[in-house]
Design a binder for this molecule. Structure first.
Ligand code: HEC
Length: 121
């Protein structure tokens, strides 16, 4: 019995189903409740073309916007509001924060360089 107790932490450790905050955000960004943000905002939040079509004005495209520089507050607000195109999500603030942190981390370099560009203006 004593031996089992010694082994217990090891067994628990091996069985740990822990994913990092980053991975959690990545998972949410790519598959939140079945409608993935990445389908419209691109792999990394830079935006992508959702659909292209032709009407009397010629070729048209509907695009998901670049959300890399959006604040957490803007993201929380946007995700839980109605839009013309974007669906409304029922994500908790923590879930949106995980998505936000994921995008911040993934775009670290981009955000760093655009900060430098802005400050030199
Ligand atoms: C079906 C396509 C689609 C999906 C899926 C989608 N979006 Fe959007 N999103 C848009 C479009 C298009 C806009 C511009 C506003 C509008 O017309 O709906 C937008 C606007 C936004 C904005 C507003 C700020 C800005 O800079 O335009 C944020 C933030 C945002 N989306 C985040 C997300 C996140 C996070 C998810 C996933 C939980 C998501 N979106 C899923 C299409 C989408």
């Amino acid at each position: 019995m004593k031996r089992l107790l010694v082994l217990l932490p090891l067994l628990l450790g091996a069985n740990e189903d822990f994913i990092s905050h980053y991975e959690y955000g990545e998972m949410l960004y790519n598959n939140p409740r079945g409608v993935s943000c990445s389908q419209c905002h691109g792999k990394d939040g830079a935006g992508t073309t959702i659909v292209e079509f032709r009407d009397i004005h010629g070729k048209q495209a509907i695009k998901g916007s670049d959300i890399r520089k959006d604040s957490l507050q803007a993201m929380i607000k946007s995700v839980s509001n109605y839009h013309e195109i974007m669906p409304r999500y029922y994500l908790t603030d923590e879930e949106v924060k995980a998505i936000y942190d994921y995008l911040q981390k993934k775009n670290e370099n981009y955000l760093e360089t655009s900060k430098e560009n802005n400050s030199s203006k």
